[in-house]
Design a protein around this ligand. Structure first.
Ligand SMILES: [Zn+2]
Length: 892
């Protein structure tokens, strides 16, 4: 980035700057330091969502640690009309306010120095509503405007000036002036409402507990408020807790499912932490249009509508997402909110923990949902990114505001969650829980670092040695690869010869031997007629692990129960015996087998025929999620094919998956429903099964009412996206037009999601142009267009047309992506290319938009590397793989 953007505003505009001391020359583009610290905020905002801007009045109590005439703080796009400081003697000192850096670093320059000690900063300002799902932004539902916030990580500074860092935790006193009839919701309960006349009401809210800026939230507008009464007391919480649902007008009644299931999920968390929900009330806000997720604002959690608005018979995917995400956000009330990271380099602590416990809590609340393998599946998913030379470590230094958003990625969430699962298993479930409780007790209403966390777990669990193993995993990137071979040369004393290195796929620049971990390693094996397991802490590059067996094992699985964050590889005989027994493996071991097998093929370590046989064996595994994972590897690996070879392998994909689909029973449990939906989608969309497709076009037409009145019962809602895709591709324009119209007009987020997913699979060039026009006309609500653009870029049939459209409309399209995640989204869009030529082009294209996507560098390096790895794999393995598929089933 050029220095021109660092110093956007002229320094010389203010005469008071002659008083600046040297420390004020360069804006602090990361931490502000402790020379001036806030102790309390009083904020009054006037918010009318029908207008284009809002206004604020802020008084920040601060402590000056020395006499000073300049104060750095955060503020962005604030048009300040008044600013002054009152010193410790309550004397007024005039001041000016200047924004110095695009990331929201501002300077208050005093007309004379203020003495050390307490002081108050006073600012009055106006600011525009944000339009890209960030800061305080406007959305529309049913023709009515609403305002709502999303502050994490650093957007609070666009709404009020302050010390916008997680480490500054202080109380807030908030008041909101709103239109008469509008609802105003924030962190704490409302304590009074005053009629100001002229259709305006001043809502005053209770003082908050100590909080960082990023956890404050507001929602103002004609919302429905569903008062759900009190969540009753339980063994951990002696008092009731007020629960409400907030949704766009007319949508409140669709919150019953989400509200009804809250008490039970919350009780699981309270039981785990051994302390009650730490705040005064709980509001669940269904954000009209959605913003791409959910946010753990204290007392006022925001969610995409899709995550909260559903009925009891909603598709199982949607109810699972609600359950897990709701558990995640509520868990943050303790982990993240009650105890907050001191700085963004430790945001992984928040997100790893919430990711890990959301599955644990969901599984306890809904055991039939089988969430117990979800953390493992997430960690395996993160390994693709962690296999890149440009991967980041979990605990990554953050030395610039522009790097903060980049810390929210799969490494922070899913790899981190996998780390905690591994740590828990290593110290024991109860011991780990004791460590967590100790950590919360020690740091309540304060902040903590990774060191504090590890110390708490070490002390609480009584395992002081865990620190070094844990630091090796959070302090370096990469996936450990454990190579295992069975040594039965010493008759009755079989051993495993185990070597560790960093996993590197074909074409990678990773130097595999440069990394070293302390790996909690467990192998399962069949010997002496029974299943056994042996564990060891691998602390050396090469180690011999004795097995507790009298005879040579017939099969070895080098990651027992899938408990370790590592991949394994075997000699060919070892792979073959493991695959031959795949059907008998537990689901977790089958899942890690799938990952290690896929990784071995991508590293050029196993023949294509063995790889295809292995995936086929896993596709026939009895556990629903193992089969789904196998189809995902099949879908992923066919991404290296151009259109022609893809056509030749499609029959083999059907031969592998169709028999399993035919076996699925009529059961309506969670796993069966997911399996049916995923295999149907795979066979129809990926493997192009024409016999399955035929009846679906008619069903799709019936659901949306192409020929007569719409009949939503013509197909289960969980299958709508797939059947709509068939409608879009096989019926064409009339279906496409009607589905697009209904998606634009619908207030049902789940329907819109299914429709958008199907519309994005359009292939007819003239309809692709229509879709592109609809995106640019802002026809998709909230962040829904992001998925549409990704899918059009991801599919070979539409990739080039989408790329051309993106180049022509670059700034308009980039501007539509949610502000917080632009630097992640834009580089990743090119991730599906698979040639070195495109890698270079993509590098140039994204870099040329650097000014719009600060902090994009690492994501671009990762995207370009992924393209190059794909090209290398295609070059080396494409023809072997086509041959292995076309000869499936293989004969030996
Ligand atoms: Zn989170």
């Amino acid at each position: 980035m050029s220095s021109a953007t660092f110093f956007r505003r002229a320094v010389l505009a203010s005469t008071s700057l002659t008083l600046l001391t040297a420390h004020a020359d360069a804006p602090p583009v990361a931490r502000l330091g402790n020379a001036v610290v806030p102790t309390q905020y009083r904020i009054e905002l006037a918010i009318d969502p029908a207008k284009e801007s809002f206004s604020g009045n802020v008084v920040i109590d601060v402590t000056l640690n020395a006499a000073r005439d300049a104060i750095w703080l955060h503020g962005r796009n604030l048009q300040v009309s008044e600013v002054f400081l009152t010193d410790r003697d309550a004397k007024r000192i005039d001041a000016t306010y200047e924004e110095w850096h695009d990331s929201g670093v501002a300077l208050i320059s005093l007309s004379r120095a203020a003495a050390a000690g307490p002081a108050k900063l006073h600012l009055a300002y106006r600011a525009p509503f944000n339009t890209a799902a960030n800061a305080l932004y406007k959305v529309e539902s049913g023709g009515l405007p609403y305002a709502v916030t999303q502050f994490e990580p650093i957007a609070a500074r666009q709404v009020f000036p302050g010390f916008d860092e997680p480490g500054f935790k202080v109380p807030f006193e908030l008041a909101i002036v709103a239109r008469e009839g509008d609802v105003a919701v924030t962190t704490t309960p409302e304590v009074s409402a005053e009629d100001l006349g002229e259709g305006r009401v001043r809502h005053v809210f209770a003082r908050t507990r100590p909080l960082p800026t990023y956890l404050i939230a507001f929602a103002v507008g004609p919302y429905d408020v569903v008062d759900y009464g009190m969540i009753p007391a339980n063994p951990v919480r002696q008092h009731g807790l007020a629960l409400r649902g907030i949704a766009a007008k007319g949508q409140g009644e669709r919150m019953q499912y989400a509200l009804r299931n809250t008490a039970g999920l919350l009780a699981v968390l309270e039981d785990y932490f051994g302390t009650p929900y730490p705040y005064e009330k709980l509001d669940l806000i269904a954000v009209p249009e959605g913003f791409g997720g959910a946010m753990e604002n204290v007392g006022a959690i925001t969610y995409d509508e899709y995550l909260l608005l559903m009925d009891d018979d909603a598709p199982v995917d949607q109810r699972r997402d609600y359950t897990a995400v709701h558990a995640h956000e509520m868990a943050h009330m303790w982990f993240g909110n009650l105890v907050t990271p001191e700085w963004w380099n430790d945001i992984w602590l928040n997100e790893s923990f919430a990711t890990w416990i959301m599955h644990k809590a969901s599984h306890r609340y809904w055991p039939e949902g089988e969430f117990d393998r979800s953390t493992l599946k997430g960690a395996l998913g993160a390994m693709a990114n962690d296999s890149l030379a440009a991967a980041r470590q979990i605990r990554e230094p953050v030395n610039h505001n522009d790097q903060i958003a980049g810390a929210f990625d799969g490494i922070t969430y899913q790899k981190g969650g996998g780390m905690l699962a591994m740590l828990e298993r290593y110290v024991g479930e109860e011991q780990f829980q004791a460590g967590i409780r100790l950590h919360l007790q020690r740091n309540r209403h304060g902040t903590a670092t990774a060191e504090d966390f590890i110390a708490s777990v070490a002390e609480g669990s009584g395992r002081p040695e865990i620190g070094s193993a844990f630091h090796a995993f959070i302090g370096q990137p990469g996936v450990p690869l454990v190579s295992v071979s069975l040594d039965c040369s010493d008759g009755g004393n079989p051993r495993l010869d185990v070597r560790q290195a960093r996993y590197a796929p074909l074409g990678s620049s990773i130097r595999a031997d440069d990394s070293e971990w302390k790996i909690p390693f467990c192998a399962a094996y069949a010997a002496d007629g029974t299943r056994k397991a042996t564990c060891a802490l691998l602390a050396e590059k090469r180690q011999s692990v004795p097995l507790e067996a009298r005879s040579c094992p017939t099969v070895v699985h080098p990651n027992a129960d899938g408990a370790g964050y590592y991949r394994f590889t075997l000699d060919e005989a070892g792979w073959r015996s493991l695959i031959a027994g795949a059907a008998g493996l537990g689901a977790a071991e089958a899942l890690v087998l799938g990952d290690s097998l896929d990784a071995a093929f991508r590293a050029g370590a196993i023949p294509a025929e063995l790889y295809v046989s292995g995936l086929a064996a896993l596709a026939h595994h009895g556990a629903w999620d193992v089969t789904i994972a196998a189809t995902q590897y099949l879908e992923g690996i066919t991404g290296i094919f151009d259109e022609a070879p893809l056509r030749t392998v499609e029959p083999a994909l059907r031969r592998i998956v169709a028999p399993r689909y035919a076996e699925i029973g009529a059961g309506a449990d969670s796993g069966t429903e997911l399996l049916r939906k995923n295999l149907q989608r795979f066979l129809i969309v990926i493997a192009k099964d024409q016999t399955l497709r035929k009846p679906l076009a008619d069903q799709a037409a019936a659901v949306i009412g192409l020929h007569r009145d719409p009949d939503p019962s013509a197909a289960p809602m969980s299958e709508w996206e797939t059947i709509f895709s068939v409608g879009v591709q096989d019926i064409g324009e009339p279906f496409f037009d009607l589905l697009l119209k209904q998606a634009v007009e619908s207030d049902d987020a789940a329907f819109r999601l299914a429709a958008a997913g199907a519309l994005a699979r359009v292939e007819d060039p003239s309809l692709v142009r229509k879709l592109q026009a609809a995106i640019l006309a802002d026809s998709f609500k909230g962040t829904e267009m992001v998925g549409v653009v990704f899918r059009q870029m991801g599919r070979p049939a539409t990739r080039e047309a989408t790329y051309a459209w993106l180049r022509q409309n670059d700034e308009a399209i980039i501007g539509m992506f949610p502000e917080t995640f632009r630097s992640a989204i834009v580089p990743a869009l090119g991730g599906a290319f698979c040639s070195n030529e495109r890698a270079g082009e993509w590098q140039a294209f994204v870099s040329s938009h650097a000014g719009l996507i600060p902090g994009y560098e690492r994501r671009l390096a990762q995207a370009v590397e992924s393209i190059q790895l794909c090209a290398a794999l295609k070059e080396s393995s494409s023809s072997n793989l086509v041959s292995a598929f076309t000869h499936y089933p293989h004969r030996h």
